[in-house]
Design a protein around this ligand. Structure first.
Ligand code: C5P
Length: 398
């Protein structure tokens, strides 16, 4: 899935002194892959775990390590923070968090953190006993209260061989948090339900009728809604994709399981996006035993599945959520989309041709509402997601 871009953003990466520092190189790599430019500051302890050569190689810029750098004529911490859109601390050690919480500024990293005016994201990593210590918890609470975004730590295996809360979040999740910190929170306070993927309709204990939907479009909508501040429930049919960070994921198999999960979640939602490729039919009878091969033909009788979107549309109240459906067509795109908009009682249909986005990372869609037909260019599924969410933003302020 194509994650949110950081194109043109300047990130100041502060690398603290903990064993998780080796993963900060992967964070640098991922930031760059998403289009960010980087300056790196290594603390004295950070340099014990990873060398500047690694960051110079990745970013093309020599990392900064010394507040008193004789080669730099001006105030290095002011210059570095003036151009930074975001400061990201990876790993944030207990000591670095304590110094941040108390506003200390006795080295290049802490002077930068005190001089920074944009968003700050920290990725703590330490032994669970240090993380759970009241001093660290008080420092984290103080930083959160000041608006610092904290990603992790998570439960997992630690370098010491033990397991507990203290392991640093994975690089991709840290970069997602960085992207989120740079994204206007226009959907804060909104509850969004998204369905994604295909469904599996059982034939017998080991076989099913399914479709080729990857789930990418729905996962992108869930990820972007979360990045823009919404509380998101993703009801996913079988999909190989990893759970988007920060999103509540409910995994289901069949259309009927999806219906039950979506209807419960939709009860308190402001927006429901049915991006799932729900099977219209299911086998009438599910064999308890695995069906044996015979010489003759096998005939499957199929019965209609409930139409989840139509059910939501029929039950809608004036204070109910905005309803968005998808229409995947092989011909007459707009005509079919308009028919679905009316028949399913939704506010927007995102229509696309099967050739334009079923399995890939990009999609070319046409947004069809009761009042307008808007064809969009071919673009990444994250960008399509933002267009759909922009429509929701406009719908809320209608
Ligand atoms: O009628 P069609 O399957 O083309 O409609 C597609 C839209 O309806 C999608 O938004 C899909 O998620 C939704 N749908 C549904 N329940 C079904 C079939 C489709 O909610 N049983």
């Amino acid at each position: 899935m194509n994650p949110p871009a950081l194109t043109g953003r300047e990130v100041l990466l502060v690398v603290g002194g903990g064993i998780a520092a080796f993963k900060s190189a992967l964070v640098a790599r991922e930031l760059q892959r998403r289009g960010a430019s980087l300056e790196t500051v290594l603390t004295t302890a950070g340099q014990r775990f990873i060398t500047g050569v690694t960051f110079a190689g990745i970013t093309g810029r020599a990392p900064r390590v010394d507040l008193w750098d004789p080669a730099y004529p001006g105030e290095l911490h002011i210059a570095l923070t003036a151009k930074a859109d975001l400061v990201l601390v990876v790993p944030a050690t207990a000591d670095l968090l304590a110094r941040m919480a108390h506003g200390l500024a006795d080295d290049l990293a802490t002077t930068c953190l005190l001089a920074a005016r944009g968003p700050v994201v920290v990725a703590p990593a330490m032994h669970p006993r240090m993380w759970e210590h009241p001093a660290t918890q008080a420092n984290i609470a103080a930083l959160r209260a000041r608006g610092v975004a904290v990603v992790g730590p998570v439960v997992g295996a630690l370098a010491s061989g033990e397991s507990g809360v203290g392991r640093m979040a994975e690089p991709e999740e840290i970069v997602d948090a960085a992207a989120r910190a740079l994204t206007p929170q226009d959907l804060a306070g909104c509850r969004v339900v998204v369905s994604a993927g295909g469904t599996h309709e059982a034939i017998d204990p080991v076989r099913f009728v399914g479709n080729r939907s990857s789930g990418r479009m729905g996962y992108a909508i869930a990820a972007r809604a979360h990045a823009r501040g919404a509380a998101v429930v993703l009801v996913s049919g079988p999909s190989a994709l990893a759970d988007p960070s920060g999103v509540t994921v409910l995994r289901v198999r069949s259309a009927r399981e999806m219906r039950d999960a979506v209807l419960v979640a939709a009860g308190s939602a402001d927006l429901v996006v049915m991006a799932a490729a729900v099977a219209d039919y299911r086998p009438a009878d599910v064999s308890v035993e695995k069906i044996k091969k015979t010489d003759g033909e096998l005939v499957l009788r199929m019965v209609k599945n409930p139409d989840i979107l139509a059910e939501l549309g029929a039950a809608r109240r004036p204070d109910g959520p905005m309803l968005v459906g998808f229409a995947l067509e092989t011909s007459d795109l707009v005509a079919h989309a308009r028919e679905k908009l009316a028949r399913k009682g939704c506010d927007l249909v995102v229509a696309n041709l099967a050739t334009d986005g079923f399995e890939g990372d990009d999609n070319r869609v046409t947004l069809v509402s009761p009042s307008a037909i808007t064809p969009l260019e071919l673009m990444g599924k994250s960008a399509v997601a933002d267009h759909v969410l922009d429509r929701f933003s406009a719908w809320r302020s209608r």
